[in-house]
Design a protein around this ligand. Structure first.
Ligand code: C5P
Length: 235
């Protein structure tokens, strides 16, 4: 069954200290978004890619699309003011027959094609999932600079993307969020709010979200140690 991928890429470079979309910054000679797209193209279980961007970045994104081997369609979709709005716009732009969707942040450019493949397979057996890894740190709940609780690490996982869903269920959750004014930072949170189950797919420790200049330096190190390529296997 076909699987569609939405890449939210409509943010800015504020926390990166950049005056433009961080996804257009170069990492080992290629824009961050290109690394993400190359992994998505290499994952053969993905049939269609929608990149959600701001109008000011459209030309820059198009140049990246033109550079790629276009084994599958890549559509440009206009983003919104928040990640949540950008994903909702993406969902409304999916082809009518789309049944399964992965949402994967453009800023997570180190996710491997193997992880993306595993995520598509997960949708054979669940309505929604997140890629996640168990946390290594002890996490504190803090209020006004004072620790108020220390949750047991056994129950704590760090959420990543890809996250994947049955399309009509996720659209219904976004519609309800819009009606109720819910604001969340990932799509799984909407699934949780409407009472739908979210499974875990084991993520990757190296699947970091490029947010700060330090992340760029770490990403460069990881890519170099992989031999500077996403395509670690023929999928
Ligand atoms: O800002 P942050 O790194 O948390 O954003 C996660 C992803 O959401 C990024 O890939 C970013 O481009 C995207 N985003 C978006 N629309 C927005 C804000 C962020 O697609 N309005």
């Amino acid at each position: 069954m076909s699987c569609y991928l939405l890449i939210p890429a409509a943010g800015s470079g504020k926390r990166m200290g950049s005056d433009r979309n961080k996804l257009l910054l170069e990492l080992l000679g290629k824009p961050i978004l290109q690394w993400t797209l190359e992994a998505a193209i290499a994952a053969t279980a993905i049939d269609w890619i929608g990149v959600v961007g701001q109008p000011c970045d459209r030309e820059g994104f198009q140049q990246i699309f033109d550079r790629l081997e276009r084994a599958k369609p890549i559509a440009w979709i206009q983003g919104g003011a928040t990640r949540q709005e950008s994903v909702f716009n993406g969902l409304r732009s999916l082809p009518d027959h789309a049944n399964r969707v992965l949402v994967h942040d453009g800023a997570r450019c180190l996710a491997t094609p193997e992880l993306l493949q595993r995520c598509v397979t997960a949708l054979d057996t669940c309505l929604g999932f997140i890629a996640a890894v168990p946390v290594k740190d002890t996490i504190k709940i803090v209020d006004a600079g004072v620790v108020t609780d220390t949750p047991s690490r056994e129950y704590l996982w760090a959420a990543q993307t890809p996250q994947g869903f049955i399309v009509d269920k996720l659209i219904a959750a976004h519609e309800r969020a819009e009606a109720q004014g819910w604001e969340v930072t990932d799509d799984a949170a909407l699934f949780e709010k409407v009472g739908l189950p979210v499974q875990i797919v084991m993520g990757e420790e190296t699947n970091l979200k490029i947010t700060t200049p330090q992340d760029l330096a770490i990403a460069e190190f990881i890519l170099k140690s992989r031999g500077n390529t996403h395509r670690s296997s023929d999928l």
